[in-house]
Design a protein. Structure first.
Length: 132
C-alpha cells in the first residue's frame, strides 16, 4: 500500500493558473516534475492554454522544480513545440540553478536562453518584450 501511495503521489499533476496579464497566461507547477507526471502536466498546460482566448504566451513558473531529468526536459521540448503550433510562445520562470545546469546541456534550453525566454521571476517574464 505504501509503494502504491508513493507512485500515486509521484504521478500527481500539480499545476495552477496563477494569473493572466493581457495575452500572457501564467501557470505554476506546484511540485516536482517526474517521468510519472510530466506528460500529464504537458497535456494540462496545452488544455489550459487552448481554453483561453487571445493567449500568445504561456509563462511556466518552475519554482518548485528543484531538479530535472532528461525525460522531463524532453517533455518541455515537446510542450514548447506543441504551444508553438498553437501560436503560443513558452517562457520559463524561476528555474532552479540545479535544473538550469542540467537543462543547459541541451540545445533546446540554450536556444530558449538565447531567445530571452528564461527569466528569474514571473514579473520579468511578463514584462519582457515579445521575442523576435
Amino acid at each position: 500500500a505504501t509503494f502504491g501511495l508513493l507512485l500515486h503521489e509521484l504521478g500527481r499533476v500539480r499545476l495552477s493558473v496563477v494569473e493572466r496579464r493581457g495575452s500572457a497566461l501564467c501557470l505554476a507547477v506546484g511540485g516536482p516534475l517526474y517521468t510519472a507526471n510530466a506528460l500529464e502536466t504537458e497535456n494540462l498546460v496545452l488544455r489550459l492554454a487552448g481554453e483561453q482566448e487571445g493567449i500568445d504566451t504561456v509563462v511556466l513558473d518552475l519554482t518548485l522544480m528543484h531538479q530535472t531529468s532528461v525525460t522531463v526536459l524532453d517533455t518541455l521540448v515537446d510542450l514548447d513545440h506543441e504551444l508553438a503550433e498553437m501560436g503560443i510562445m513558452l517562457r520559463l520562470a524561476c528555474v532552479s540553478d540545479m535544473s538550469a545546469a542540467m537543462a543547459m546541456k541541451t540545445a533546446w534550453y540554450r536556444g530558449l536562453s538565447e531567445e530571452d525566454r528564461v527569466f528569474d521571476s514571473m514579473d520579468d517574464a511578463f514584462s519582457a518584450p515579445e521575442a523576435s
